[in-house]
Unconditional design. Structure first.
Length: 366
């Protein structure tokens, strides 16, 4: 057990690091721990995302995200009748959380998959147990998989005509074919139907066994109970997780020769007709990924703050005085995930981070 230093927020919550005694070692990786915070919510993040999709199964990481919340192979109910087994488990976690005042959220990013739930305090431990079982012994049933492929396809049909989705597809499509960004991250019925459902299920199970292990995850638990009680619950419910192979977490140094060609063709402007009546111009650059050697320096942030300035004499002030734009926004890398700006799954990865200037243009400015 290790106490975390909290300089400014120690009056508001306690935070502790939970680590099994038999797994402590000198090369301990701080990114793969369970943190318990008192305020009921639990969040789990795995180092697995769309970038791990096989070329002939684009969207399978997204599909695994859906499958893991379909339930586990262990029936938490008292009824052991085999005929009730599948029905109870398919909806056991989501339904349990919803019936007890909570909600479930999951997301698949380029390099990470995240899962979280919140629930009324009296049902938190029961929800945490079901949450853990979803990652220890998920159902991964073929019929469920067919249903979730249809769900993903419906998500895509509802998303594909939004301008932000079309811009993201343009972004991916115009990158070099060998670059990790050149992929269809969402997936749909077409991309997930190149193989028989059983083959897709087998591929999903293989990826799950390899990536969804303790060495590739971070768990955060927020609860109203004392920290020592939450700690016991975490050890009790998550102790069955496979430790897995230790992952080297060092950020790779930026290599300009990693790909034979640059990310995009130089000096090319792309025009996309808006389906939502917007008039926006975005200028994007790819920067080296954030590394441990300069994570506290981030020189691009000086440029970002300069461009974001709205005082008299600034770029934004000048454009607005000419009535050319209504807004100017700038973001870099993962900062866009924590702002009001529409974030992209490409914004910060080991392949690089995006530096983007976005302007909403008036008819006069256009």
């Amino acid at each position: 057990m290790q106490e975390l230093d909290e300089d400014s927020d120690s009056d508001y919550y306690d935070a502790q690091l939970v680590q099994n005694d038999d797994e402590k070692d000198d090369n301990h990786d701080e990114e793969n721990d369970a943190y318990i915070i008192r305020p009921d919510e639990s969040q789990k993040v795995y180092r697995f995302g769309s970038i791990d999709d096989p070329p002939d199964m684009m969207g399978i990481a997204h599909l695994i995200e859906h499958m893991l919340l379909r339930g586990s192979t262990e029936n938490p109910g008292e009824n052991n009748d085999a005929s009730c087994f599948c029905f109870i488990n398919i909806f056991q976690f989501r339904s349990f959380v919803k019936m007890n005042g909570g909600r479930v959220f999951a997301v698949t990013d380029m390099e990470h998959s995240g899962f979280s739930f919140e629930i009324d305090t009296p049902y938190f431990q029961a929800g945490l147990k079901r949450f853990a079982k979803s990652f220890i012994s998920p159902l991964m049933d073929v019929e469920d998989l067919k249903s979730e492929i249809n769900t993903i396809n419906q998500e895509w049909l509802g998303w594909k005509f939004r301008d932000v989705a079309r811009l993201e597809r343009l972004f991916a499509h115009t990158t070099h074919v060998d670059h990790p960004f050149h992929r269809f991250t969402t997936g749909n019925k077409r991309s997930l139907s190149n193989h028989e459902p059983k083959s897709v299920r087998d591929a999903a199970v293989k990826l799950f066994v390899k990536h969804f292990v303790a060495s590739c995850m971070k768990l955060v638990v927020i609860g109203a109970d004392p920290v020592d009680k939450l700690e016991r619950c975490v050890k009790k419910y998550f102790s069955e997780l496979t430790r897995g192979q230790q992952i080297n977490l060092a950020f790779p140094e930026y290599d300009t020769h990693r790909w034979k060609h640059s990310l995009w063709k130089h000096g090319v402007a792309y025009f996309l007709e808006s389906l939502e009546g917007s008039q926006t111009m975005k200028i994007s650059w790819i920067l080296p990924p954030v590394s441990r050697t300069h994570v506290n320096k981030r020189p691009e942030m000086f440029i970002l703050r300069l461009l974001c300035d709205e005082s008299q004499g600034s770029l934004s002030s000048f454009f607005k005085s000419k009535l050319w734009i209504t807004s100017l926004r700038v973001w870099s890398g993962h900062e866009s995930k924590f702002s009001e700006v529409e974030s992209s799954s490409y914004c910060s990865t080991l392949a690089g981070q995006l530096f983007v200037i976005s302007m909403d243009i008036t008819d006069r400015g256009w």
